[in-house]
Structure formats: structure tokens, C-alpha cells
Write a protein that binds this ligand. Structure first.
Ligand SMILES: Nc1ncnc2c1ncn2[C@@H]1O[C@H](COP(=O)(O)OP(=O)(O)OP(=O)(O)O)[C@@H](O)[C@H]1O
Length: 273
């Protein structure tokens, strides 16, 4: 099947089957298996060094799993083991601190060009990029959705962390991807911007975008997310519903500290005991 053809059977957004990643002579991801269906909004949670960013890089094709003895593929995204990055981005939008760094240090890149160049998986527009009217409309739509329309005309390098984050999420959204992988998306956002951003994520989740949210903040798990994958030392320590995973006992073990997990309305938070 060609990547551009529609899928007859909905494949899971992500399937890992005994995936291993090695670094400096040890396993950073150690036989990780998980399956995330379309519409199954998921939080990937874990302490510093538990393997979250490595998992994101694996999904993004920024690094590759160790070959399995039986020759089987250990990573599939939308049912496929092989992807051209630009094709993958049209289905799975991604925002991570690494992308942010690329764009904010790469001058001069104007905000609208940064967003519309998402169609070409390029960092900006080149002479060979044919930008259509429909693409421009989609870029405007995505910027408005993220409350970042007023930033058009500014250079990426001049934006604050929160502003740049909004623009980069708009860029990831231009394709109207079926899923969005967000690695620590609220890092560096102030309290009000963070709250508005989480509301935007709720809106996206309610309107058909499957969210994969990588975080170490329990209080960022929006009500729409009910599937939690908990990593510890490169392994899946636990996965299940929020009720299963977000308990004081499980969280204390994952973060190596006695924690009390409390539910506040539809959100959870954790505090040291
Ligand atoms: N290229 C590498 N070579 C060797 N070890 C690595 C490499 N990349 C990451 N690690 C190690 O793998 C472990 C997992 O790292 P990773 O960045 O995935 O954790 P994380 O859960 O994202 O942490 P944080 O919350 O601090 O961002 C850490 O112990 C890290 O030091």
C-alpha cells in the first residue's frame, strides 16, 4: 500500500512490540511493548531519565530500535514500520523541545512561513515549494486555533517560549494530523498560557485528534486522556486507566518518593508526603 492511499482498516497509532534501544552499552528502552489505538488519548509519564524522550525519538524516527532476533519489526506507526518522515508528519504531528530549539535559533524565519513550511517538512520555504491557496488557508486556520494569528510577520527567533510553542503546534496541525505527539509541551509556559494551552489540547482531543502527551506532570493529564503509560528505568512499569495508574502507591514507586495523589475535579495532582 502507498503511504498516500487511505487506509482500509484503521491501524493503531502506535504499536511497540518488545522494542529495545541501546546507548553507551546499556538498554535505554528495555523490551517496551505498548499499543495505542486511534482515539485513545494517552499520557506517557515517568521520572527524569525513565526513557520518555527516547520513546519519542523512536516514534519520530530520530533513532532506531535494536534489530530483533526473529527479524520482526518492533515499532509500527499507523500500521507501518517504514515511513518517509514528511508522510509520517502528515498523520502524526510532533512538537518537542528539540524542534523548538531548531526554529528559534534558525534566523531569519517568519512565523507564517514556519507554519506553512510544515507541509513540506522543511524548516522554511524554498524556491521549489509550491504553496497553494488551500495551504495558506490551513496555515491561517491552525495559527488562529492556537491563538497565534497576531504573531504573523514576526521572526521565530524573536518569540517568547510560549509564543514559539503555539506556532510550532500550529505547524504540526497544518496537515490536520490524526494524532499529535507532544513532548513536555508546557515546559517554559507561564501559568495562564499553560492553562489556555491545556484547554486547546482538550479542544483538539474532543474534535478527533488523538493525543500522545509525554510529561512528568500529573496535573497536565487533561480529562480526555484516560490511558496512562508509566515508564521507569526504560521499562513500562504500568499501563492502564487513570484510576489504575494514578494512585499514591504507584506514583510513589515510579518517582522514588512518597507521594500523595489527589483528584481535583477532573484533574489529578501529586504532592510529596
Ligand atoms: N544517546 C544516549 N546514550 C546513552 N544514554 C542515553 C542516551 N540518550 C539518553 N540516554 C540515557 O537514557 C535514559 C533515558 O533518557 P531519556 O532522555 O529518554 O529520559 P526522559 O524520561 O526523557 O528524561 P527527562 O524527564 O529528564 O527528559 C537516561 O538515563 C539517559 O541518560
Amino acid at each position: 500500500m502507498q503511504a498516500t492511499e487511505p487506509y482500509a482498516v484503521p491501524a493503531p497509532v502506535l504499536e511497540l512490540d518488545q522494542a529495545c534501544v541501546a546507548g553507551e552499552g546499556r538498554l535505554i528502552l528495555d523490551h517496551v511493548s505498548l499499543r495505542i489505538e486511534e482515539g485513545q488519548h494517552t499520557a506517557i509519564l515517568g521520572a527524569n531519565g525513565s526513557g520518555k524522550s527516547t520513546l519519542v525519538k523512536l516514534v519520530a524516527r530520530q533513532l532506531y530500535p535494536l534489530a530483533r532476533d526473529d527479524g520482526a519489526n518492533s515499532v509500527r506507526v499507523f500500521g507501518r514500520a517504514r515511513w518517509h518522515v514528511s508522510q509520517l508528519r502528515s498523520l502524526l504531528g510532533m512538537v518537542s523541545p528539540a524542534t523548538q530549539l531548531d526554529y528559534t535559533t534558525d534566523t531569519p524565519l517568519e512565523v507564517f512561513d514556519a507554519v506553512v513550511s510544515g507541509f513540506f517538512a522543511a524548516r522554511g520555504l524554498g524556491l521549489d515549494h509550491q504553496v497553494t491557496h488551500a495551504m495558506r488557508e490551513r496555515a491561517h486556520e491552525a495559527l488562529e486555533l492556537m491563538g497565534a494569528g497576531r504573531l504573523i510577520g514576526r521572526s521565530m527567533a524573536s518569540l517568547s517560549t510560549g509564543e514559539a510553542r503555539r506556532v510550532l503546534i500550529a505547524r504540526a496541525l497544518v496537515h490536520r494530523p490524526r494524532a499529535l505527539l507532544l513532548d513536555e509541551p508546557t515546559a517554559g509556559l507561564d501559568i495562564a498560557t499553560r492553562r489556555r494551552f491545556l484547554e486547546t489540547l482538550r479542544h483538539l482531543a474532543q474534535h478527533g485528534t488523538t493525543l500522545l502527551l509525554v510529561t512528568h506532570h500529573i496535573d497536565e493529564i487533561i480529562p480526555e486522556i484516560d490511558h496512562v503509560v508509566l515508564l521507569r528505568d526504560g521499562k513500562v512499569m504500568r499501563r492502564g486507566t487513570k484510576a489504575d495508574v494514578l494512585s499514591s502507591g504507584v506514583m510513589s514507586e515510579a518517582f522514588d518518593m512518597p507521594l500523595e495523589v489527589r483528584q481535583r475535579g477532573e484533574f489529578f495532582d501529586a504532592a510529596p508526603l
